[in-house]
Design a binder for this molecule. Structure first.
Ligand code: SR1
Ligand code: MG
Length: 399
Protein backbone atom coordinates (compact mmCIF):
# COMPACT_ATOMS: atom_id res chain seq x y z
CA UNK A 1 0.00 0.00 0.00
CA UNK A 2 2.94 2.37 0.69
CA UNK A 3 3.71 2.62 -3.04
CA UNK A 4 0.16 3.86 -3.53
CA UNK A 5 0.78 6.93 -1.37
CA UNK A 6 1.71 9.92 -3.52
CA UNK A 7 4.77 12.07 -2.81
CA UNK A 8 5.86 15.34 -4.39
CA UNK A 9 8.24 13.26 -6.54
CA UNK A 10 5.63 10.79 -7.80
CA UNK A 11 2.80 13.27 -8.49
CA UNK A 12 4.04 14.32 -12.01
CA UNK A 13 4.21 10.66 -13.12
CA UNK A 14 0.79 10.03 -11.62
CA UNK A 15 -0.71 12.92 -13.60
CA UNK A 16 1.04 11.83 -16.81
CA UNK A 17 -0.49 8.36 -16.45
CA UNK A 18 -3.99 9.61 -15.79
CA UNK A 19 -5.97 10.35 -18.95
CA UNK A 20 -8.39 12.78 -17.32
CA UNK A 21 -5.52 14.89 -15.94
CA UNK A 22 -2.58 14.76 -18.29
CA UNK A 23 -3.77 17.57 -20.58
CA UNK A 24 -4.68 19.91 -17.74
CA UNK A 25 -1.08 20.76 -16.79
CA UNK A 26 2.37 20.39 -18.38
CA UNK A 27 4.02 17.65 -16.32
CA UNK A 28 7.47 18.53 -17.72
CA UNK A 29 7.47 21.91 -15.95
CA UNK A 30 5.38 20.98 -12.94
CA UNK A 31 6.25 22.12 -9.43
CA UNK A 32 4.50 20.24 -6.65
CA UNK A 33 4.04 21.13 -3.00
CA UNK A 34 2.20 19.25 -0.27
CA UNK A 35 -0.01 21.66 1.68
CA UNK A 36 -2.35 19.35 3.60
CA UNK A 37 -2.78 20.71 7.10
CA UNK A 38 -6.03 18.96 7.89
CA UNK A 39 -6.38 16.01 10.20
CA UNK A 40 -6.67 13.24 7.64
CA UNK A 41 -5.28 13.61 4.11
CA UNK A 42 -2.47 14.61 1.77
CA UNK A 43 -3.10 17.65 -0.43
CA UNK A 44 -0.81 18.53 -3.36
CA UNK A 45 -0.85 21.77 -5.31
CA UNK A 46 0.65 21.28 -8.76
CA UNK A 47 1.53 24.29 -10.95
CA UNK A 48 3.18 24.32 -14.39
CA UNK A 49 5.21 27.13 -15.92
CA UNK A 50 2.20 28.37 -17.91
CA UNK A 51 0.43 29.02 -14.61
CA UNK A 52 -1.99 26.12 -14.92
CA UNK A 53 -2.79 24.41 -11.62
CA UNK A 54 -4.30 21.25 -10.29
CA UNK A 55 -5.03 20.21 -6.74
CA UNK A 56 -4.83 16.54 -5.77
CA UNK A 57 -6.13 15.19 -2.51
CA UNK A 58 -5.31 11.65 -1.42
CA UNK A 59 -6.89 9.78 1.45
CA UNK A 60 -4.23 8.12 3.60
CA UNK A 61 -4.98 4.72 5.13
CA UNK A 62 -4.75 6.28 8.59
CA UNK A 63 -5.64 9.45 10.51
CA UNK A 64 -2.86 11.90 9.69
CA UNK A 65 -3.34 13.82 12.95
CA UNK A 66 -2.36 10.74 14.97
CA UNK A 67 -0.38 8.56 12.53
CA UNK A 68 -0.41 4.95 11.27
CA UNK A 69 -1.51 3.65 14.70
CA UNK A 70 -5.01 4.90 13.92
CA UNK A 71 -6.09 3.17 10.67
CA UNK A 72 -8.89 4.81 8.70
CA UNK A 73 -10.59 3.53 5.57
CA UNK A 74 -9.53 5.18 2.32
CA UNK A 75 -13.04 4.46 1.01
CA UNK A 76 -13.88 7.86 2.48
CA UNK A 77 -12.45 9.36 -0.72
CA UNK A 78 -15.22 7.71 -2.78
CA UNK A 79 -17.84 9.04 -0.37
CA UNK A 80 -16.32 12.49 -0.64
CA UNK A 81 -16.33 12.34 -4.45
CA UNK A 82 -19.97 11.25 -4.49
CA UNK A 83 -21.01 14.05 -2.13
CA UNK A 84 -19.08 16.65 -4.13
CA UNK A 85 -20.94 15.61 -7.27
CA UNK A 86 -24.36 15.72 -5.62
CA UNK A 87 -23.78 18.97 -3.73
CA UNK A 88 -22.04 20.57 -6.72
CA UNK A 89 -25.09 19.91 -8.87
CA UNK A 90 -27.31 21.67 -6.35
CA UNK A 91 -25.23 24.73 -5.46
CA UNK A 92 -22.60 26.92 -7.17
CA UNK A 93 -20.90 27.41 -3.80
CA UNK A 94 -19.22 24.00 -3.80
CA UNK A 95 -15.68 23.17 -4.99
CA UNK A 96 -15.92 21.19 -8.24
CA UNK A 97 -14.52 17.69 -8.65
CA UNK A 98 -12.34 17.35 -11.77
CA UNK A 99 -11.51 13.64 -11.51
CA UNK A 100 -11.71 10.76 -9.05
CA UNK A 101 -9.35 7.78 -8.98
CA UNK A 102 -11.10 5.11 -6.96
CA UNK A 103 -8.13 2.75 -7.00
CA UNK A 104 -5.67 5.21 -5.44
CA UNK A 105 -8.25 7.26 -3.56
CA UNK A 106 -7.21 10.50 -5.24
CA UNK A 107 -9.53 13.41 -5.96
CA UNK A 108 -8.51 16.10 -8.44
CA UNK A 109 -10.13 19.37 -7.45
CA UNK A 110 -10.91 22.68 -9.07
CA UNK A 111 -8.01 25.11 -8.65
CA UNK A 112 -9.00 27.56 -5.94
CA UNK A 113 -5.53 28.94 -5.26
CA UNK A 114 -6.89 32.48 -5.63
CA UNK A 115 -9.08 31.73 -2.58
CA UNK A 116 -8.10 31.43 1.07
CA UNK A 117 -9.37 29.15 3.80
CA UNK A 118 -12.19 30.94 5.64
CA UNK A 119 -10.68 30.15 9.05
CA UNK A 120 -7.40 31.79 8.01
CA UNK A 121 -9.31 34.92 7.01
CA UNK A 122 -11.34 34.91 10.22
CA UNK A 123 -8.24 34.51 12.37
CA UNK A 124 -6.63 37.48 10.61
CA UNK A 125 -9.68 39.63 11.39
CA UNK A 126 -10.76 39.72 7.73
CA UNK A 127 -14.25 40.21 6.27
CA UNK A 128 -16.81 37.55 7.08
CA UNK A 129 -20.00 39.28 5.94
CA UNK A 130 -22.11 37.16 3.64
CA UNK A 131 -20.18 33.91 4.04
CA UNK A 132 -22.43 32.19 6.60
CA UNK A 133 -25.45 33.35 4.60
CA UNK A 134 -24.08 31.83 1.37
CA UNK A 135 -23.34 28.59 3.19
CA UNK A 136 -26.88 28.60 4.57
CA UNK A 137 -28.28 28.97 1.03
CA UNK A 138 -26.10 26.04 -0.09
CA UNK A 139 -27.36 23.94 2.82
CA UNK A 140 -30.99 24.81 2.08
CA UNK A 141 -30.59 23.71 -1.55
CA UNK A 142 -29.01 20.45 -0.43
CA UNK A 143 -31.60 19.96 2.32
CA UNK A 144 -34.32 20.22 -0.27
CA UNK A 145 -32.58 18.46 -3.14
CA UNK A 146 -31.34 15.38 -1.28
CA UNK A 147 -34.26 14.80 1.09
CA UNK A 148 -37.76 13.44 0.62
CA UNK A 149 -38.86 17.04 0.15
CA UNK A 150 -37.25 17.13 -3.28
CA UNK A 151 -36.93 13.47 -4.25
CA UNK A 152 -39.37 10.63 -4.90
CA UNK A 153 -39.23 8.44 -1.81
CA UNK A 154 -37.68 5.37 -3.50
CA UNK A 155 -34.88 7.53 -4.89
CA UNK A 156 -34.43 9.17 -1.49
CA UNK A 157 -34.05 5.79 0.24
CA UNK A 158 -31.60 4.50 -2.38
CA UNK A 159 -29.45 7.58 -2.00
CA UNK A 160 -29.52 7.41 1.79
CA UNK A 161 -28.46 3.74 1.67
CA UNK A 162 -25.65 4.47 -0.82
CA UNK A 163 -24.24 7.30 1.29
CA UNK A 164 -23.46 5.14 4.30
CA UNK A 165 -20.13 6.23 5.85
CA UNK A 166 -19.80 4.23 9.08
CA UNK A 167 -16.12 4.72 9.86
CA UNK A 168 -16.13 8.49 9.49
CA UNK A 169 -19.47 8.75 11.27
CA UNK A 170 -17.99 6.82 14.17
CA UNK A 171 -15.25 9.45 14.41
CA UNK A 172 -17.95 12.10 14.68
CA UNK A 173 -19.94 10.04 17.16
CA UNK A 174 -16.86 9.65 19.38
CA UNK A 175 -15.22 13.05 19.01
CA UNK A 176 -18.27 15.31 18.73
CA UNK A 177 -20.94 13.49 20.70
CA UNK A 178 -19.24 11.38 23.37
CA UNK A 179 -15.72 12.14 24.54
CA UNK A 180 -16.04 15.82 25.53
CA UNK A 181 -18.96 15.01 27.87
CA UNK A 182 -18.08 11.59 29.26
CA UNK A 183 -14.28 12.06 29.30
CA UNK A 184 -11.47 10.48 27.25
CA UNK A 185 -7.69 10.19 27.40
CA UNK A 186 -7.35 12.17 24.21
CA UNK A 187 -9.23 15.18 25.61
CA UNK A 188 -7.07 18.12 26.68
CA UNK A 189 -7.34 21.75 27.77
CA UNK A 190 -4.84 24.22 29.20
CA UNK A 191 -4.70 24.17 33.03
CA UNK A 192 -6.63 27.44 33.35
CA UNK A 193 -9.68 25.77 31.83
CA UNK A 194 -9.65 22.58 33.89
CA UNK A 195 -12.09 23.84 36.59
CA UNK A 196 -14.56 25.01 33.91
CA UNK A 197 -14.46 21.61 32.20
CA UNK A 198 -14.74 19.74 35.49
CA UNK A 199 -17.89 21.71 36.34
CA UNK A 200 -19.42 21.04 32.93
CA UNK A 201 -18.61 17.35 32.98
CA UNK A 202 -20.56 17.11 36.25
CA UNK A 203 -23.53 18.90 34.68
CA UNK A 204 -26.13 16.26 33.83
CA UNK A 205 -28.32 18.65 31.82
CA UNK A 206 -25.43 19.53 29.50
CA UNK A 207 -24.48 15.88 29.06
CA UNK A 208 -28.09 14.89 28.40
CA UNK A 209 -28.34 17.62 25.76
CA UNK A 210 -25.26 16.33 23.95
CA UNK A 211 -26.45 12.73 24.08
CA UNK A 212 -29.83 13.77 22.67
CA UNK A 213 -27.97 15.28 19.71
CA UNK A 214 -25.96 12.07 19.36
CA UNK A 215 -29.20 10.13 19.16
CA UNK A 216 -30.45 12.46 16.46
CA UNK A 217 -27.21 12.12 14.47
CA UNK A 218 -27.39 8.33 14.66
CA UNK A 219 -31.08 7.90 13.94
CA UNK A 220 -32.28 10.73 11.69
CA UNK A 221 -31.43 10.36 8.00
CA UNK A 222 -32.97 13.37 6.31
CA UNK A 223 -30.43 14.82 3.87
CA UNK A 224 -26.97 14.25 2.44
CA UNK A 225 -24.81 16.15 4.91
CA UNK A 226 -21.44 17.70 4.18
CA UNK A 227 -20.58 16.18 7.55
CA UNK A 228 -17.71 18.48 8.59
CA UNK A 229 -18.68 22.02 7.61
CA UNK A 230 -16.31 24.08 9.75
CA UNK A 231 -14.49 27.22 8.58
CA UNK A 232 -11.49 25.10 7.53
CA UNK A 233 -13.75 23.35 4.99
CA UNK A 234 -14.63 26.58 3.19
CA UNK A 235 -12.63 28.65 0.70
CA UNK A 236 -13.42 32.33 0.25
CA UNK A 237 -12.27 35.05 -2.12
CA UNK A 238 -13.20 38.72 -2.22
CA UNK A 239 -16.11 40.27 -0.36
CA UNK A 240 -19.33 42.19 -0.93
CA UNK A 241 -20.65 41.69 -4.46
CA UNK A 242 -17.36 39.93 -5.40
CA UNK A 243 -17.52 37.34 -2.64
CA UNK A 244 -16.84 33.78 -3.75
CA UNK A 245 -17.57 30.93 -1.32
CA UNK A 246 -16.66 27.30 -1.98
CA UNK A 247 -17.35 24.47 0.45
CA UNK A 248 -14.97 21.52 0.15
CA UNK A 249 -13.77 18.42 2.00
CA UNK A 250 -17.08 16.52 2.50
CA UNK A 251 -15.42 13.20 3.35
CA UNK A 252 -17.66 12.88 6.42
CA UNK A 253 -20.73 13.02 4.16
CA UNK A 254 -23.63 10.81 5.17
CA UNK A 255 -27.40 11.06 5.50
CA UNK A 256 -28.22 12.83 8.74
CA UNK A 257 -30.38 15.49 10.40
CA UNK A 258 -30.85 18.77 8.53
CA UNK A 259 -29.64 20.88 11.46
CA UNK A 260 -26.24 19.18 11.67
CA UNK A 261 -24.28 21.12 9.02
CA UNK A 262 -25.91 24.40 9.97
CA UNK A 263 -24.98 23.87 13.63
CA UNK A 264 -21.38 22.93 12.77
CA UNK A 265 -21.06 26.03 10.61
CA UNK A 266 -22.53 28.25 13.33
CA UNK A 267 -20.00 26.93 15.82
CA UNK A 268 -17.21 28.17 13.54
CA UNK A 269 -18.77 31.62 13.61
CA UNK A 270 -18.92 31.39 17.41
CA UNK A 271 -15.22 30.45 17.62
CA UNK A 272 -14.36 33.46 15.49
CA UNK A 273 -16.58 35.65 17.68
CA UNK A 274 -14.98 34.29 20.86
CA UNK A 275 -11.54 35.03 19.41
CA UNK A 276 -12.52 38.58 18.47
CA UNK A 277 -14.03 39.19 21.91
CA UNK A 278 -11.00 37.75 23.68
CA UNK A 279 -8.79 40.09 21.65
CA UNK A 280 -10.93 43.05 22.75
CA UNK A 281 -12.99 43.61 19.58
CA UNK A 282 -16.52 43.27 20.94
CA UNK A 283 -18.11 44.94 17.90
CA UNK A 284 -16.64 42.27 15.63
CA UNK A 285 -17.68 39.58 18.12
CA UNK A 286 -21.26 40.86 18.09
CA UNK A 287 -21.29 40.95 14.28
CA UNK A 288 -20.06 37.37 14.14
CA UNK A 289 -22.65 36.23 16.70
CA UNK A 290 -25.34 37.88 14.55
CA UNK A 291 -24.46 35.70 11.57
CA UNK A 292 -26.31 32.85 13.29
CA UNK A 293 -29.53 34.81 12.91
CA UNK A 294 -28.83 36.22 9.44
CA UNK A 295 -27.81 32.83 8.03
CA UNK A 296 -30.88 31.17 9.53
CA UNK A 297 -33.03 33.81 7.80
CA UNK A 298 -31.44 32.88 4.44
CA UNK A 299 -31.83 29.16 5.10
CA UNK A 300 -35.50 29.57 6.00
CA UNK A 301 -36.25 31.88 3.09
CA UNK A 302 -34.60 29.52 0.58
CA UNK A 303 -36.57 26.54 1.85
CA UNK A 304 -39.79 28.53 1.67
CA UNK A 305 -38.94 29.41 -1.95
CA UNK A 306 -38.31 25.77 -2.80
CA UNK A 307 -41.33 24.46 -0.94
CA UNK A 308 -43.89 24.76 -3.77
CA UNK A 309 -41.48 22.92 -6.15
CA UNK A 310 -41.42 19.74 -4.15
CA UNK A 311 -41.53 16.72 -6.47
CA UNK A 312 -43.74 14.56 -4.30
CA UNK A 313 -46.27 16.92 -2.76
CA UNK A 314 -48.79 14.27 -1.74
CA UNK A 315 -49.62 14.52 1.93
CA UNK A 316 -47.40 17.45 2.91
CA UNK A 317 -49.46 20.50 3.86
CA UNK A 318 -47.83 23.87 4.45
CA UNK A 319 -48.30 23.27 8.16
CA UNK A 320 -45.58 20.60 7.86
CA UNK A 321 -43.07 23.29 6.99
CA UNK A 322 -44.26 25.52 9.83
CA UNK A 323 -43.63 22.72 12.33
CA UNK A 324 -40.45 21.40 10.76
CA UNK A 325 -38.47 24.65 10.44
CA UNK A 326 -38.53 25.43 14.20
CA UNK A 327 -37.51 21.82 14.88
CA UNK A 328 -34.52 22.22 12.53
CA UNK A 329 -33.60 25.45 14.31
CA UNK A 330 -33.64 23.74 17.71
CA UNK A 331 -31.49 20.91 16.37
CA UNK A 332 -29.05 23.35 14.82
CA UNK A 333 -28.62 25.04 18.19
CA UNK A 334 -27.93 21.66 19.77
CA UNK A 335 -25.38 20.62 17.14
CA UNK A 336 -23.65 23.99 17.44
CA UNK A 337 -23.46 23.39 21.20
CA UNK A 338 -21.72 20.03 20.68
CA UNK A 339 -19.22 21.45 18.19
CA UNK A 340 -18.54 24.45 20.46
CA UNK A 341 -17.54 22.09 23.26
CA UNK A 342 -15.67 19.43 21.36
CA UNK A 343 -13.28 21.85 19.63
CA UNK A 344 -12.24 23.13 23.07
CA UNK A 345 -12.16 19.88 25.08
CA UNK A 346 -11.69 17.11 22.53
CA UNK A 347 -8.90 15.85 20.30
CA UNK A 348 -9.51 18.05 17.25
CA UNK A 349 -9.01 21.72 18.16
CA UNK A 350 -9.40 24.99 16.26
CA UNK A 351 -6.68 27.56 15.69
CA UNK A 352 -9.18 30.40 16.35
CA UNK A 353 -8.78 29.57 20.05
CA UNK A 354 -5.58 27.51 20.22
CA UNK A 355 -3.38 30.21 18.69
CA UNK A 356 -4.29 32.69 21.46
CA UNK A 357 -1.99 33.46 24.40
CA UNK A 358 -3.03 32.06 27.77
CA UNK A 359 -5.08 35.07 28.89
CA UNK A 360 -7.03 35.37 25.65
CA UNK A 361 -7.36 31.58 25.43
CA UNK A 362 -8.99 31.53 28.87
CA UNK A 363 -11.56 34.13 27.80
CA UNK A 364 -12.32 32.58 24.39
CA UNK A 365 -12.38 28.95 25.48
CA UNK A 366 -14.53 29.72 28.53
CA UNK A 367 -16.94 31.66 26.32
CA UNK A 368 -17.23 28.71 23.91
CA UNK A 369 -18.02 26.34 26.77
CA UNK A 370 -20.56 28.70 28.33
CA UNK A 371 -22.23 29.02 24.95
CA UNK A 372 -22.15 25.27 24.49
CA UNK A 373 -24.17 24.95 27.69
CA UNK A 374 -26.71 27.57 26.59
CA UNK A 375 -27.09 25.97 23.16
CA UNK A 376 -27.51 22.44 24.50
CA UNK A 377 -29.55 23.04 27.65
CA UNK A 378 -31.78 25.84 26.35
CA UNK A 379 -32.11 24.64 22.75
CA UNK A 380 -35.86 23.96 22.96
CA UNK A 381 -36.68 27.57 23.89
CA UNK A 382 -33.65 29.50 22.64
CA UNK A 383 -34.17 32.44 20.28
CA UNK A 384 -31.77 33.80 17.69
CA UNK A 385 -31.53 37.11 19.58
CA UNK A 386 -30.69 35.30 22.78
CA UNK A 387 -27.68 33.68 21.04
CA UNK A 388 -26.14 37.13 20.57
CA UNK A 389 -27.00 38.16 24.12
CA UNK A 390 -25.63 34.90 25.55
CA UNK A 391 -22.53 35.15 23.36
CA UNK A 392 -21.65 38.62 24.59
CA UNK A 393 -22.41 37.60 28.19
CA UNK A 394 -20.21 34.52 27.79
CA UNK A 395 -17.29 36.80 26.93
CA UNK A 396 -17.78 38.72 30.18
CA UNK A 397 -16.58 37.89 33.70
CA UNK A 398 -18.24 35.44 36.03
CA UNK A 399 -20.65 32.58 35.45
C1 SR1 B 1 -9.17 12.63 13.80
S1 SR1 B 1 -10.10 13.57 12.76
C2 SR1 B 1 -10.60 14.88 13.73
C3 SR1 B 1 -11.51 15.81 13.08
O1 SR1 B 1 -10.97 16.28 11.85
C4 SR1 B 1 -11.99 16.34 10.88
O2 SR1 B 1 -11.91 17.52 10.16
C5 SR1 B 1 -13.29 16.19 11.64
O3 SR1 B 1 -13.75 17.42 12.13
C6 SR1 B 1 -12.87 15.29 12.73
O4 SR1 B 1 -13.75 15.28 13.82
MG1 MG C 1 -11.49 18.01 6.82
Amino acid sequence: MADQVLTIDTVPGYIADRKALRDLVDVETLSVSEIGDGNLNLVFVCADQQGRRLVLKQALPYVRLVGPDWPMTEARAAREAAAMRVHGALSPDVCQLVDFDEERHVLALEDLSDHEVFRTRLNAGGPYEGVAERLAAYLAEVAFGTSFLGLPTQEFRRRAAAAINPELCELTEDLVFTEPYLGADRNSVRPVLEPVVARLQADQEWIAGALAMKRSFLTVQEMLLHGDLHSGSVFVRGDGADLSVKAFDPEFACYGPVGFDLGMMWASMLFAAARAGALGDLARAEGLFRTVSSSWAVFEERLRQRWPDRAAPGGLPDSFLEDWLPAVLRDSFGFAGCEAARRIIGLAKVSDVESLDDDAYAVAATACLRLSRVLLVERETLTLDRVVEAGLAALGDGD
